[in-house]
Design a protein around this ligand. Structure first.
Ligand code: ATP
Length: 686
């Protein structure tokens, strides 16, 4: 089960909607599901205040409103919201699935990304919609069943591999729900800006039921506890990720690979702590859940206003938004299913949920098909072909020149007798050598590509490591500041406050503990990558030597000048392709170096701010105590203040940031040719 299952399948499938190659702007689809009144709500005498009108509207009545009150007649809080689809208590699981997600399945198979997330307060029905129950399976099972069925129905020159992972984000920590003992997992960004989860378990199977059993088991591992509104409330965000790789072999060596990713996200309850009467641990945990949801809300706000006010969208604020970055602002067909209870007792919750989801309707994503290898291969072949053409032309003209020069010697050359005196034998020999050469060359190329990917991974690990070390260093600095302030007696008030809250201000925050853990993991991973790289480099050196020996032997094994020439050209083509790969790797390294430079600049800026504070503080101290400033120092002060006022340094930094970000936005030619670099780097280790 752990290994990648492939099914030999599929034709030119896909509706016209999914055939387009150009990126298309796509509105996020927002649907609303109103669950039936629960027994508890009925018992407490709640009435229904959310009414579905037609297929797209919902009217929410304010239960506190007196219809007879003439003073409130024009200030009614009754509101109508329009969504792409509205479902009420009569809607079945199939109704919801077929109107929202079903149409995206085909796209995922053909290489498009799709995301569906269930949003709403605790107990509003999110898990019911996503996971459902045995008798009423939710979106997970329906989607997987359709996906596998569609794959089964397709045949031809296609191969599919499907892998599934399931994780939860709880208190800003990622856990693998299919392998909960694996500890905390980390998010990584690859060279294309695509988010990956390092070390996640990926299960490959083409059996939806088998996956469902795993998910149901995984869901039991989900952090779940009773809250005031739901006895089995899921306290975490659960993300089911399905990756479909479609591989199509062309008549020549070319190969098309499409990669479609489907995220199905069951968010934690969006309620505010005060409204659910949650106290203690729940309240703290709520802060973390809300950090993710708040970040999600901020992104939704910024994205929905994009264009009109061009707001900055900060996806980096939480793990959830980093993971959903593509779903919200990037390359994905996205569906949000908001959930509410129809009960009068949930009026405020429902109102905020409707407002929040309504805003999400303005978000546009830019959807394009993830064609991985084609552009790379085409670009690569085009390069090689044009290089080869030039080389061939060059060699041809050289041969012509030599022929002209050596015309009188022609009879001598023609009488040379080699070990293969018949034309047929010579032809067979040449084919054999050519096959050997191509084999050796392909092996070399594979190794070089793997080396480039390992190098890329190493750089990413390094960048991640630096980021975590920065978090730790920042905290260490804060801690020493705190100690200094405490020593000077400036912290008494705060300390008192901290003591009454039962917390010590110098207690290490959660993110620092996570950063320490991640540093250890990253170091271990770096060691692993380096060992792999060293052994691969050794193998490559051996392979290169073998190939060069073959080349040296050529003149003794093949006697015809033409054949020798063809083989020499072949060798030259190989060399050129190797050089090309090196160039691309070089491009990637430069980009990563740029990333690292950014980190260094960030660190220097932090240090600069500290120095500025020091200088200002010391100057103040000198002034207060009437110390005479020496002339040379005063001149340096003036220089320093002039620099600050003119802002030269800031302008330089701004210029660097501008240049760096334009490089990120317009990746170099090398990146275009390496679109799949580091995209699939997950460990499959069930
Ligand atoms: N459409 C529905 N039809 C019937 N029962 C439903 C429906 N939606 C939800 N329920 C029931 O309501 C209860 C709460 O639903 P669920 O656990 O799905 O809520 P939730 O939004 O996932 O809550 P939390 O965020 O706390 O995990 C469950 O018992 C569920 O079976």
């Amino acid at each position: 089960m752990a290994s990648q299952n492939t099914a030999g399948l599929s034709p030119a499938r896909g509706s016209p909607a999914f055939r387009e190659m150009e990126p298309k702007d796509q509105q996020v689809m927002v649907a609303l599901r109103i669950r039936p009144l629960s027994e508890a709500e009925l018992e407490e005498g709640a009435t229904i205040i959310a009414h579905k009108v037609g297929d797209q509207a919902v009217v929410l009545m304010d239960p506190g409103e007196d219809p007879e009150d003439p003073l409130r007649a024009h200030r009614s809080r009754e509101r109508t919201f329009i969504f792409d689809r509205v479902f009420d208590q009569h809607a079945s699981q199939e109704d919801v699935y077929s109107a929202t997600i079903q149409h995206l399945v085909e796209g995922v198979i053909s290489g498009y990304n799709a995301t569906v997330f269930a949003y709403g307060p605790s107990g509003a029905g999110k898990t019911h919609t996503m996971l459902g129950m045995d008798a009423e399976p939710g979106i997970y099972l329906q989607t997987l069943t359709d996906l596998f069925q569609a794959i089964e129905e397709t045949q031809d020159h296609m191969e599919y591999s499907v892998s599934v992972s399931y994780l939860e984000i709880y208190n800003e920590v990622i856990r693998d729900l299919l392998n909960p003992s694996s500890g905390f997992l980390d998010l990584r960004e690859d060279s294309k800006g695509s988010i990956q989860i390092a070390g996640i378990t990926e299960v490959s199977t083409l059996n939806a039921r088998e996956i469902m059993q795993l998910l149901t088991r995984g869901n039991r591992q989900r952090t779940q506890e009773p809250t005031a509104t739901n006895k089995t409330s899921s306290r975490s965000h659960a993300v089911l990720q399905v990756t479909v790789r479609q591989r199509k072999h062309g008549p020549d060596l070319a190969e098309e690979v499409h990669l479609g990713r489907l995220f199905m996200v069951d968010l934690a309850g969006s309620e505010r702590a005060s409204q659910t009467q949650n106290r203690g641990k729940r309240m703290k945990e709520g802060a973390h859940i809300n950090r993710s949801l708040l970040a999600l809300g901020n992104c939704i706000n910024a994205l929905s206003e994009k264009g009109s006010r061009a707001q900055y969208v900060n996806f980096r604020d939480s793990k959830l938004t980093r993971l959903l970055k593509d779903a919200l602002g990037g390359n994905s067909h996205t569906v949000m299913i908001a959930h509410i209870s129809p009960a009068s007792s949930s009026f405020e919750e429902s109102r905020t949920t409707l407002l929040y989801s309504y805003r999400a309707k303005n978000i546009k994503t830019r959807v394009k098909r993830n064609l991985l290898n084609v552009s790379y291969r085409i670009a690569q072949y085009t390069d090689i072909i044009s290089d080869l053409r030039r080389e061939i032309e060059h060699l041809k003209s050289k041969i012509e020149k030599q022929e002209k020069k050596s015309e009188p010697d022609i009879p001598d050359v023609q009488v040379t007798v080699g070990p293969h005196n018949t034309e047929e034998e010579s032809h067979l020999q040449m084919n054999k050598i050519r096959a050997q050469l191509i084999g050796a060359f392909k092996e070399q190329m594979e190794m070089r590509r793997s080396l480039v990917e390992l190098e890329n991974t190493n750089l990413e690990l390094h960048v991640d490591l630096s980021r975590h070390l920065l978090t730790i260093a920042d905290w260490e600095r804060e801690k020493s500041d705190l100690h200094m302030q405490r020593d000077r007696g400036e912290l008494e008030k705060d300390e008192e406050q901290a003591d009454t809250d039962g917390e010590d201000a110098s207690t290490e925050p959660h993110e620092v503990a996570v950063a320490r853990e991640e540093v250890n993991l990253l170091l271990a991973e770096q060691r692993k990558t380096s060992a792999l790289k060293a052994s691969l480099e050794q193998r490559l050196a051996l392979a290169k030597e073998k190939a060069s020996q073959m080349e040296t032997l050529l003149p003794t094994q093949v006697t015809s000048e033409d054949q020798q020439e063809v083989l020499r050209l072949l060798c030259r083509a190989h060399e050129l392709e190797v050089e090309n790969t090196e160039l691309r790797a070089d491009g990637l390294c430069r980009k990563s170096l740029l990333c690292q430079k950014d980190l260094v600049i960030q660190r220097c800026q932090q240090h600069r701010r500290l120095c500025e504070q020091l200088i200002q503080g010391q100057r103040q101290l000198m002034q207060d105590s009437g110390v005479q400033v020496p002339e040379a120092l005063e001149r340096q002060y003036q220089l320093y203040f002039r620099e600050l006022e003119e802002g030269t340094l800031d302008r330089l930094l701004l210029l660097h940031c501008g240049l760096a970000s334009s490089l990120q936005v317009n990746p170099t030619r090398c990146d275009h040719q390496y679109p799949n670099m580091g995209v699939i780097r997950h460990t499959v280790d069930v």
